[in-house]
Design a protein around this ligand. Structure first.
Ligand SMILES: *Cc1c(COP(=O)(O)O)cnc(C)c1O
Length: 228
C-alpha cells in the first residue's frame, strides 16, 4: 500500500471507531480530503483510492486544479476558504459546495453569479466560534438573519453550518456550541442538517458533537508543502 493509501485507511478507521463510540452512523459522515497547497496529481491519486470529496481553501488554486482535472469524473469540490465577493463567479464555477458563506455580501454575490433556472449551489453558513471578530464566520447573533437571507435566494441551497475550532480552546465545547447554532439554522431551513466541522486533530470531538462533514488535510495528505 502507498503511504497515502495507508494514511487514508487509518483515518477512515479512526472515523469509523469514533462514530461507533458516539453512536453515530458512519454512513452519515462525509470525509472531505483537504488538498490545499498540494499539486493536482494528489487529487488524481486520491480519486484512484475512491475519494469523492476534496476541499480547497483558495479560489485561484481551486479553479486551477478543477480546470487541470477537468477529465476527472465523480469528484465533489468543496470550497472551504474565506470567500471574496468579487470572486463569486469563479467560486461558483469551480465549487460544488461553498462552506464559507459568513455574510450577506458573499451570499448576494454568489446568488448574482447564478442563473435563474440554472444550477443550484449548495452552501453552508460559516460560524465564528472564537471571540475574535477578525476570524472568518458569522457572529452567533447574526446566524438566524443570515440563514433567512440565504433561504430567500433562488440559486443557493442552504445545507447547514460550518466552523473551525478555536486554537486556544478545547474543541469539544466549541463543537457543542456549533451543534446549538445548527439548531438555529434548522429552525429557519429544516433541511439544513449538515455540520461541517473537524480537522486532522479534532475530528473525533466533532463526530461526538454531530459533525456530518469532516475536513481532513494533513492526517491524510502528509505535511503540506509551503503555501505557494
Ligand atoms: C486546511 C484546512 C483544514 C484541514 O486542516 P488539517 O489540520 O490539515 O486537517 C480544514 N478546514 C479548513 C477551513 C482548512 O483551511
Amino acid at each position: 500500500m502507498s503511504e497515502l493509501h495507508t494514511r487514508l485507511a487509518e483515518v477512515d478507521e479512526n472515523i469509523a471507531s469514533a462514530a461507533r463510540r458516539f453512536h453515530r452512523d458512519p454512513a452519515e459522515i462525509t470525509r472531505i480530503v483537504v488538498t490545499k497547497f498540494h499539486p493536482a496529481q494528489l487529487i488524481t491519486d486520491l480519486s484512484a483510492l475512491g475519494v469523492r470529496d476534496v476541499g480547497e481553501n483558495r479560489q485561484q488554486e481551486l479553479s486551477q486544479k478543477r480546470e487541470e482535472l477537468a477529465g476527472l469524473e465523480g469528484m465533489r469540490w468543496h470550497f472551504i476558504g474565506q470567500a471574496q465577493s468579487n470572486k463569486a463567479r469563479q467560486i461558483r464555477a469551480a465549487a460544488d459546495v461553498v462552506h464559507s458563506v459568513d455574510r450577506e455580501k458573499i451570499a448576494t454575490a454568489l446568488e448574482a453569479a447564478g442563473e435563474p433556472g440554472g444550477s443550484i449551489l449548495d452552501v453552508l453558513l460559516q460560524v465564528n466560534l472564537t471571540n475574535d471578530l477578525g476570524r472568518g464566520g458569522a457572529e452567533p447573533d447574526d446566524i438566524e438573519k443570515l440563514a433567512t437571507v440565504i433561504a430567500g435566494m433562488s440559486t443557493l441551497r442552504l445545507r447547514g453550518v460550518m466552523a473551525v475550532a478555536p486554537l486556544d480552546e478545547d474543541p469539544a465545547p466549541a463543537f457543542e456550541r456549533l451543534a446549538g447554532y445548527s439548531g438555529l439554522v434548522r429552525g429557519v431551513v429544516a433541511g439544513a442538517t449538515w455540520i461541517s466541522a473537524g480537522m486532522s486533530h479534532d475530528f473525533a470531538e466533532a463526530i461526538a458533537h454531530g459533525a456530518t462533514h469532516l475536513r481532513i488535510g494533513s492526517a491524510i495528505t502528509g505535511t503540506r508543502p509551503a503555501r505557494g
